[in-house]
Design a protein around this ligand. Sequence first.
Ligand SMILES: Nc1ncnc2c1ncn2[C@@H]1O[C@H](COP(=O)(O)OP(=O)(O)OP(=O)(O)O)[C@@H](O)[C@H]1O
Length: 266
Amino acid sequence: MDAVVVVEQLKKSFGENAAVKGVSFAVAPGEVFGLLGPNGAGKTTIVRMLTTILPPDGGRAVICGFDVYRQASRVRQCIGYVPQALSVDGALTGYENLLIFAKLLGLKGVERKRRIVETLRFMQLEEAAGRLVRDYSGGMVRRLEIGQAILHRPRVLFLDEPTVGLDPVARRGVWEKLAELRRAYRMAVLLTTHYMEEADLVCHRVGILNRGEMAVTGTPAELKEKMGDPGATMDDVFTYFTGNQLDRGGNYRELRQVRRTSRRLG
Ligand SMILES: Nc1ncnc2c1ncn2[C@@H]1O[C@H](COP(=O)(O)OP(=O)(O)OP(=O)(O)O)[C@@H](O)[C@H]1O
């Protein structure tokens, strides 16, 4: 695989707390890779290291051939990042938000205008471009944030919980855009998510983190197959590989039975 993201034995501690304990994985061009894991597993810490916000303590990560620590500014030129927190200004229009970003990126004149218009069209925000962002729906805001992050056509797009808080229709809208991004620009996408449906439908491959370690990587189908249960869901896969069945006692099959029964009982 001619990977565009290569992560080898990456480590990060906060004082005594080893948040990321030697994690390795790779992402190919045009691939959507999902980082899954329970709260505190280390997903955001990994994304922050890969986006050059946080220096790693050990191991290495190479993006588009550049080291995230030693060549941070080169890495920043080839990535886009949509953080969990709001990254657009509600008091400005959609167009104005993109204009500020385009200026920061050093885009000029006709080219700048062309990129902004193309991005608004791509994100289906053309008609709303002149409206204040505080009047946008949640889905529109998310699409604008993604548009902002892809103005410079990065080769890798990072998204931290891209559909959290969105209704099912808006969520689907974001998924469609991510699929189009990889088709149109062969962009690699690395996202974190708590939604197993998102992991199953959107991600080509996922990595399941548990307490700072990569428990397993593979396609959703491969991971289901690994469990030896043709009826397994991504929820089951997640529970299995994060070891929750050990915490609760009993084996995986017993656990699954318990969960199915409790679901039926409401
Ligand atoms: N800036 C920080 N200072 C101290 N500890 C931190 C910091 N950032 C993260 N941690 C700790 O590192 C661990 C991993 O956190 P991280 O936010 O990466 O997990 P996560 O998988 O993204 O969780 P969530 O799903 O809740 O967003 C946690 O124990 C967290 O408390």
